[in-house]
Design a protein around this ligand. Sequence first.
Ligand code: NAG
Ligand code: NAG
Ligand code: NAG
Ligand code: NAG
Ligand code: NAG
Ligand code: NAG
Ligand code: NAG
Ligand code: NAG
Length: 912
Amino acid sequence: MCAPRSSLLPAVIIIICEVLTGQHTCAISQKTSCQVRGSRADCSHLSLTAVPPDLPRNLTSLDMSHNKLPGISPASLAAYPGLLHLDVSYNSITKLDGALCQTLPLLQTLNMEHNQVLFFRKEDVSHCTNLIQLIMASNRLRLQGEPFSALQSLRFLDVSRNKLQSAKLGSQPQLPSLVNLNLGNNDFTALKKDDFSFLNHSSFLRVLNLSSASLKTLERGCFEPISSLRTLIMDGSKMGTLVISQLCSELSETDIDTLSLQKMNMVTLGNMTLSGLQKTNLTFLDLSHNGMGKIEKGSFQWLSRLQTLNLEDNNIKHLTKDTFQGLRSLKKLQLTKALAKHPTSSTPIIEDFSFQPLGALESLILRGSAVGEITEHTFTGLTSLKELDVSWSTSTSFKIITIKTFNSLAGSPLQKLNLTGADITQINPGGFSVFKNLTTLLLDFNFIKQTLTGKEFDGLGQVREIHLSNNLQKINLSSTSFVNVPNLRVLTLGKSLVVKALELDSSPFSPLCNLTNLDLSNNNIANIKENMLEGLVNLKVLKLQHNNLARLWKSANLGGPVLFLKWAQNLTTLVMDSNGFDEIPLLALRKLHNLRELSLGNNLLNSLQDSVFDDLTSLQSLFLQKNMITTVSPVVFRTPMSNLSLLVMDKNPFDCTCESILWFVTWLNNTNTTSVPDLKEQYKCNTPHAYFNHSIMDFDGLSCKDMTPFQALYILSSTAVIMLIVTALMVRFHGWRIQFYWNILINRTLGLSDATVEEGREYEYDAYVIHAEEDSSWVERRMVPLENERCRFCLEDRDSIPGRSQLESIIDNIRLSRKILFVVTEALLRDPWVRRFKAYQALHQVIEANRDSVILVFLQDVHDYKISRTLFLRKGMLRPCCILDWPVHRERVPAFHQKLLIALGMTNRLQE
Ligand SMILES: *[C@@H]1O[C@H](CO)[C@@H](O)[C@H](O)[C@H]1NC(C)=O
Ligand SMILES: *[C@@H]1O[C@H](CO)[C@@H](O)[C@H](O)[C@H]1NC(C)=O
Ligand SMILES: *[C@@H]1O[C@H](CO)[C@@H](O)[C@H](O)[C@H]1NC(C)=O
Ligand SMILES: *[C@@H]1O[C@H](CO)[C@@H](O)[C@H](O)[C@H]1NC(C)=O
Ligand SMILES: *[C@@H]1O[C@H](CO)[C@@H](O)[C@H](O)[C@H]1NC(C)=O
Ligand SMILES: *[C@@H]1O[C@H](CO)[C@@H](O)[C@H](O)[C@H]1NC(C)=O
Ligand SMILES: *[C@@H]1O[C@H](CO)[C@@H](O)[C@H](O)[C@H]1NC(C)=O
Ligand SMILES: *[C@@H]1O[C@H](CO)[C@@H](O)[C@H](O)[C@H]1NC(C)=O
């Protein structure tokens, strides 16, 4: 966007993470131009030699730090008249242009740190009347005249690290609004009486930083002009004890409240050193990191109003009853790593009654200090103590906590006791019984090895939190372990319990009806009872990760799955990672309507039962990373994922097929409320082969959508093919039957015959049957039974007219029959009567009467050629319905009869 860029310096590599439609795309890219966010522009680290001209005009904040600007030309900033904050630190600027503040009249903050400004004159900033903060640290300022006198609004001025030879920044009163002045790390060694006279009218000055000053002399009254001072920072200053006590005396006339004297190599604190502060209202004193080995008796007697004393990281060998004498307002004493035991000394580090003067003390921190032996009077007098932290301290007394160990705190209203890492191996009955007001007991990282009978917590009726994690996995429980702490809200037992600790029939947690958090993680527990959580109606957080509970949820478990969560229906957080679970019983997570976080990472879960998560309607975070999940189907996941804000499901062997993953990928694609870290990198397909090791987001959802028309087409075409085959088979094997029913249907509706009624009246018979001698039995059996009052056949043997010759009889009978029916067999064609006479007669009749009256019934397959030679007929001459085949199959006989009747019913008139 901006920036001529020098190719000499390597461009700074930065990491830009952008969030695109809920997916994180991370790319390492080089920053090559300014980044503009709203009205702020960051042009740092670009090796620029000038201010870019093409930034938005309405800019209010411009960061040009870490570039190569040789100066700031007001003209280059004219494009941004609205600038409030300008950072040009870490450049090569040698001079401040007086026109800058004319160009930027609204400028409030100007950071010129780490440049090469040498001469600094009033004209350089004479127009900067709105400037509030000016940082000129790490230059080489030579002040000329009264350079700061125009800065009427300046509140913060930093001229540290400038090798200034004097603290005097002007001779006339100026900087009326100044609040904070940093003069640290300069070269002056003296504070003269009138050095701060230029601040005579700076009634708002509160903070003066003189760190790392090498002060050798302090003239009397040097702080007089700045008596409103509240905070003085002298950290790292090299000044002898004498000068320090002089400093304190000078401060006595000020409003000093906070004094920081860190890292001043104050090895011994003398009883007079701080005496100058007696008249002040000092409330905060920091003496940390001084390597202090000795504090003389009564050193703090002057500080009756002190509230916080920080002695962190010192080397104090000995505290006596006089050490803290006079600190009667002290509320917080910070002794972290402050006490060290001399290896050969046998004197106690903390003498009896050492803390007696501290009647107001509320917080005593002895973290990591050598506490030595604790006697019955070590903590005597701490009648207001609320917090005692002896974590990681070294004391032989904590090894076994007895009823006497904390006896000296009997009168303290202690609420929080931090015994983390205190080398405890055993707690005896009543060990904490003096702490009637205790609410928090921290016992993590110890070596406790015992069965808790309940007596250990005797008297802790108010306690709400007990932390017992990270002990040696040697703690055993009994059913009475927690009977004395019925108010408990938080109980952590992670990495502390013996494997069999929870196999009790009567749950140790049953008295804890107010328990909200229970941590049983990292215990390798393999067996818990179904009633373990019974009665814990307020339980919200349950941690069971890194145990061995897989068997409990197996359907093959003896007696069925152990549904121990049914007692904890108010759970909001459930952590069960790394348990080897390979199945979740259908009812295991029932009614957990309030569950917001479910963590089941690092298990062996593969296929999840439908609706197993269906009651998790409030779920916000779901962790299922590193399982064996292949399929993410809507029947399982739609409900738990409906309100999710965080999903962690990476490193599963996803099956990238339409059935397994399409719904999930579509969901991921469309969700913009759920954060899914590492989606691009860590969600990989395992199957099928084509997608192996590809991101699941590469899965082409469209291929599944295209399936739908194809599927329809496929179904349609295959149905058609099947129907065709069925029809063909039907026709092949049952065609006759179909035809039969068809004929019946037709006949029922249209009547059997298409011959007119009159046509029938002319004839005595419906058909004259011509057959071979051999076939007469067939005719007897098959044709004759068909006769009835409306249908009569003429059979030569039966119906020849008596008294007439056979020839005449044949001729007459043929004439009296409406149809002529040939029963065609090989035998018929051989029959001389038929060949020579009957066929001839019949044909003659047909031709003479102009009748279409022949019906052929084939009992055998006879070649057309033979028929034409013998009977002078061709099949082609007849209507198809007048050619019948005697069926081979018995069940087709009725159909044949039907056809025959139809053929008999056909009209004899020739079709045109
Ligand atoms: C500054 O101007 C840009 C467009 O040039 C605009 O997007 C931005 O919102 C403006 N910022 C302010 C604080 O007016
Ligand atoms: C300071 O200590 C010295 C000896 O160590 C003692 O003589 C003197 O009285 C003490 N002064 C105060 C004010 O405690
Ligand atoms: C100390 O505080 C008291 C009351 O808060 C006040 O009256 C007194 O002037 C203060 N003294 C100094 C030196 O600030
Ligand atoms: C207890 O001490 C440990 C170790 O020093 C510390 O990390 C922890 O924050 C302390 N706990 C409280 C509640 O102060
Ligand atoms: C400590 O507990 C007692 C009663 O057990 C009560 O009277 C007292 O006010 C409590 N102190 C504090 C500081 O809570
Ligand atoms: C549980 O907490 C409630 C309210 O905080 C309190 O009234 C009740 O006494 C507690 N139950 C037990 C057994 O301490
Ligand atoms: C859930 O908690 C409420 C109180 O917060 C309690 O009344 C209710 O019995 C609990 N429900 C179950 C099923 O434990
Ligand atoms: C996800 O969205 C991208 C772009 O919007 C699209 O190309 C891709 O096909 C989508 N994938 C699925 C499975 O919907």
